[in-house]
Design a protein around this ligand. Structure first.
Ligand code: ATP
Length: 223
């Protein structure tokens, strides 16, 4: 997508959603993507431009310390072998275990996601107290978990599939089967494109992505 197309899309989104009505409070903006699409790259760019970021991955780690009941439930449901001698979750082993089965993953998500959502709301409130113009929630499964519905709008970092495959291979040193398994285990970027309000096309150079981020930041600051 060219920058001009992006502008048109953004203006359409604005009209469609009536975002101007959100002027009165801190804008809640969701940022999502697919594996290797460049969400972290765009998140860093937005942060450098002064927009505060809530990182759902960090929150997902923090809730385990803050709410010991989650680990207790994990031990009861999945077995104590996933807890080490210091009482911490063996993340790698547990991750492989739950990602081997959709049902196990769902069970684990049902245990942890209510706490993650609670902490996300607390973080948004902190930014609202500081009267920030906008705050971004960086969350890989924003759409899958339906959290995008609680946002004023959602940004998707999109790439075409060839680029996605090439970048994952380059970063994670995986073979083609491993890459495709990971891509196919997620909602596709094209499906997410239908749901998101703004698309950052990260297929081209970082400079071109940064230009789209600038457009977006100007748009947010102008709301
Ligand atoms: P994940 O959700 O899997 O962690 P992500 O969406 O956060 O991935 P990044 O880690 O930001 O993706 O990017 C994936 C890889 O592609 C990284 O190695 C990054 O440096 C590279 N990359 C990102 N954007 C570009 C770009 N526009 N041009 C070239 N390389 C890029």
């Amino acid at each position: 997508m060219k920058l001009n197309d992006l502008r048109i899309l953004q203006e359409d989104s604005l009209n469609k959603q009536g975002f101007k009505a959100y002027n009165r409070k801190t804008l809640r903006i969701g940022l999502t993507g697919g594996i290797g699409s460049g969400k972290s790259t765009v998140s860093r760019m937005l942060s450098k431009k002064g927009i505060p970021i809530i990182d759902a991955d960090i929150i997902a780690r923090q809730v385990l310390d803050k709410y010991p009941i989650i680990l207790k439930n994990i031990a009861e449901e999945f077995g104590t072998e996933f807890i080490d001698e210091n009482g911490n979750l063996k993340r790698r082993e547990f991750g492989s275990y739950i990602f081997s089965s959709e049902a196990k993953r769902k069970k684990y998500e049902d245990m942890i996601i209510p706490y993650i959502k609670k902490e996300i709301i607390i973080s948004f409130h902190e930014h609202e107290k500081k009267a920030e113009k906008a705050c971004i929630l960086d969350a890989p499964t924003l759409i899958e978990q339906n959290i995008h519905k609680d946002m004023d709008f959602t940004i998707l970092v999109w790439v075409d599939m060839d680029t996605q495959i090439k970048r994952i291979k380059g970063r994670d040193k995986l073979n083609m089967d491993e890459v495709m398994n990971r891509i196919n285990s997620q909602m596709s970027l094209d499906e997410k494109k239908e749901i998101a309000d703004f698309i950052i096309d990260n297929t081209l150079t970082l400079t071109e992505t940064e230009a789209q981020v600038d457009t977006l930041v100007n748009l947010i600051n102008g709301l």
